[in-house]
Ligand binder design. Structure first.
Ligand code: PLP
Length: 316
């Protein structure tokens, strides 16, 4: 049973449509592509963040817990969504943020503080140590009424919420794509869609951990799995790094389709999909559904992002 407060929250969300994309490259290779528009769900609790939080919040409310604690980086869409959800639901929130408190908070952190999130800054090594606590009540020293959420909201309950995406895709398709940070979203899709090929695109460099973390999460949730893999070739130098080619591709895609993208996750995934199409990776006739995970608020961080290299034209 979904808590009434969550039900009424969800009733006010936008609908996540399935938008067909028609561009010349896809036509040439006879590939059909749809974008599952989770970015339309909510301007703040957008995309996969709502999917991952839904049943976690439900669990926390049922206990009942009065405080939600989680961890993330300075531009964390996860903390951003959690702070806002807590604000709407009347739950206290605490965000453990990697690094020293900056003199001037960025827009993401200013937002979360304005929604009442208490920020605690922590060293990189301390942050890494926190990753070992994976269950809601496993954080040492946690108060009895507090609820701990691991990085990226990586829990079995998150997989359940993400799985609901696949039941909304009312058509046959062959490949399901999503960008990966912690891989929690991809794990949810893998568990819910064993009949198709599930393809993740790592947004970070050196993301060999994804294979391991996703496998562990799926095992913990006792999920049946089909064919899945994570592509590590489209991180563009690392998390939140970009290149001229990526930015040109995004600009062209947005102007041709009217679908907004951000360069941290969804932009890199779509660049990867188009590049694979160009290489002939997908057989002619393949039907691809790509998940737009939202996160457009993170675009504001982009004056800080590093651009590497100069690129060729992105061709859609
Ligand atoms: C957080 C986030 C992701 C990564 O999700 P994971 O479940 O951690 O892999 C992808 N896209 C957007 C827009 C995000 O905000």
């Amino acid at each position: 049973m979904l808590n009434k407060r969550l039900q009424s929250l969800e009733e006010n969300f936008g609908a996540s449509r399935l938008d067909p994309v028609h561009t010349s490259l896809l036509r040439r290779h006879n590939i059909r592509l749809w974008i599952k528009r989770d970015d339309l769900l909510h301007p703040v609790i957008s995309g996969n963040k709502w999917r991952k939080l839904k049943y976690v919040l439900n669990h926390a409310l049922s206990l009942p817990a009065d405080t939600l604690i989680s961890m993330g980086g300075m531009y964390s869409n996860h903390l951003h969504a959690l702070a806002y959800a807590g604000y709407l639901l009347g739950l206290k929130t605490v965000g453990v943020v990697r690094g020293e408190r900056p003199e001037v908070l960025n827009a993401t952190l200013r937002d979360v503080e304005s929604w009442g999130m208490h920020l605690r800054f922590i060293s990189r090594s301390g942050y890494r140590r926190l990753r070992q606590y994976k269950h809601w009540n496993s954080l040492p020293g946690l108060e009895r009424t507090a609820y701990w959420l691991p990085e990226g909201g990586a829990t079995e309950l998150a997989l359940r919420g993400v799985g609901e995406i696949t039941s909304e895709i009312g058509m046959a398709y062959d490949v399901l794509c999503a960008p990966c940070g912690t891989g929690t979203t991809l794990a949810g899709l893998i568990a819910a869609a064993p009949q198709v090929e599930v393809l993740g695109f790592a947004a970070l460099k050196g993301a060999a951990f994804l294979q391991r973390d996703i496998t562990a999460l799926l095992a913990e949730a006792n999920s049946q799995t089909g064919s899945w893999s994570v592509n590590n070739a489209y991180h563009f130098g690392g998390f939140a790094k970009t290149s001229a080619a990526l930015l040109a591709f995004i600009q062209e895609f947005v102007s041709k389709t009217g679908i907004p993208l951000e360069p941290v996750y969804t932009g890199k995934m779509l660049y990867g999909i188009y590049d694979l199409v160009q290489q002939g990776y997908f057989p002619s006739g393949t039907r691809i559904v790509a998940l737009h995970t939202g996160g457009l608020q993170g675009n504001r961080g982009f004056s800080h992002a590093k651009t590497i290299g100069a690129g060729i034209d992105g061709t859609c």
